[in-house]
Design a protein around this ligand. Structure first.
Ligand code: PLP
Length: 411
């Protein structure tokens, strides 16, 4: 029986969400639209299989084809990112980070990560997260003037603190990361270098953003952000750390792998190797740069002054509106964003002074520079008059018109 026949309530809600995704502008920097091929694999019969262990070393019988699929996913991941070893089993970015910690640290060990308020992720040392509860985080920050990473300051802190591991790779940092600088610092203090490339994996795979592959001891990433695959994650490392990393995923922190998601990851890696994906990633950064310039020209302050990736962080302080209120008003106008703290934010992470926008999803829809200009202008209008209901209605219909021209899932 079809979903509609079995459960019309859920089926109806999915239908509504589908319409909503069609008619709204998705500017959330961590989101994208997976291809139909990726979703077909995710929705496949592979969900029926238990496959604890690794290819050719399973704890259950009947994994002949599942093994072939997982081996392909691993081989493609290695080729795509130029790494010695890959593990495609992590269920999410956070699960991958837990496994990375347990591969190299003991409970209570000290590590360094970027402050959450400055663009780090929850799993990089927040006190409400396993990383801050079980380990001893020391947070580095961006420079107050430039709002960019200050490698001398990070080095100085590392020399003083002697962490066992240092994380680079962030969730709200718009500039390029100097992975070589992190390697040098880690070598100097004897720390493990962990690169969490969740946000930028697609840009790295396409070769349009620096890669940590030759420097990092361990790399973690989600597969559903700029990489445009299914929800999930993976880990990569040099051959010498392979055993340690694999054991930390299974049996260390996970049970049975989600083979339907692993098949979808393999499809995503295949897509990311195509010339069209390089074009996509190139356009994604171009679009973000235009968006940053246009927003700035319209009076919004762009954190760090620019972007070198798919995301733009905005400081709304001068406009007299909080991130929370801006996010809500924009949502009413059909523009979906998320509030975000800015470096040295005076407001709480729940309210915030900033807004994070990204171009990964809009670019998948086929939008280019001229649409970015249009969107920047709509966004600024709403932020300047967040309580103007008529304006929000008008923008909402403009948004729908634009969306109509750029359908994701054609036919
Ligand atoms: C998104 C993200 C994660 C977490 O991924 P989930 O799949 O949501 O658990 C981890 N690290 C960074 C840097 C991220 O951007």
């Amino acid at each position: 029986m079809s979903l509609k026949q079995t459960d019309s309530v859920i089926s109806g809600l999915i239908e509504k969400e589908s319409e909503y995704q069609k008619k709204t502008l998705r500017l959330i920097a961590s989101e994208n639209y997976a291809s139909k091929a990726v979703m077909e694999a995710t929705g496949s019969i592979l969900t029926n299989k238990y496959a604890e262990g690794y290819p050719n070393k399973r704890y259950y019988a009947g994994n002949q084809y599942v093994d072939e699929i997982e081996i392909l996913a691993i081989e493609r991941a290695k080729k795509l990112f130029g790494v010695g070893h890959a593990n495609v089993q992590p269920h999410s970015g956070s699960s991958a980070n837990i496994a990375a910690f347990f591969a190299f640290l003991e409970v209570g060990d000290k590590f360094m990560g970027l402050d959450l308020a400055h663009g780090g992720h929850l799993t990089h040392g927040s006190h409400v997260n396993f990383s801050g509860k079980w380990f001893k985080p020391v947070a580095y920050s961006v420079d107050k003037e430039t709002e960019a990473l200050d490698y001398d300051a990070i080095r100085k802190m590392a020399l003083e603190e002697k962490p066992k591991l240092i994380i680079c790779g962030y969730t709200a940092y718009p500039l390029e990361i100097n992975f070589k600088a992190f390697r040098d610092i880690c070598d100097e203090v004897g720390a493990v270098m962990m690169a969490d490339i969740s946000h930028i994996a697609g840009l790295i795979a396409a070769g349009v953003y620096p890669s940590p592959a030759e420097y990092a001891d361990i790399i973690t990433t989600t597969t559903h952000k700029t990489l445009r695959g299914p929800r999930g994650a993976m880990m990569m490392c040099k051959e010498e750390n392979a055993k340690k990393m694999d054991k930390s995923v299974f049996p260390g922190t996970q049970g049975g792998p989600l083979e339907h998601c692993i098949a979808a990851k393999a499809v995503c890696f295949h897509e990311a190797m195509q010339p069209e994906f390089k074009e996509y990633a190139t356009q994604t950064i171009k679009n973000a740069k235009v968006l940053a310039e246009e927003l700035s020209a319209n009076g919004l302050r762009v954190v760090a002054g620019k972007t070198e990736s798919h995301l733009v962080l905005l400081d709304l302080t001068a406009k007299g509106i909080t991130g929370k209120d801006a996010q809500m008003s924009l949502e009413e106008a059909g523009i979906i964003t998320n509030r975000n703290t800015i470096p040295f934010d005076t407001r709480s992470p729940f309210i915030t002074s900033g807004l994070r926008v990204g171009t990964a999803a809009l670019t998948t829809r086929g939008m280019k520079e001229s649409e970015m200009k249009e969107i920047a202008s709509m966004l600024v209008k709403v932020v300047e008059k967040p309580d103007d209901s008529e304006l929000k209605l008008r923008i909402r219909s403009e948004v729908e018109e634009l969306c109509e021209k750029f359908q994701v899932y054609k036919e």
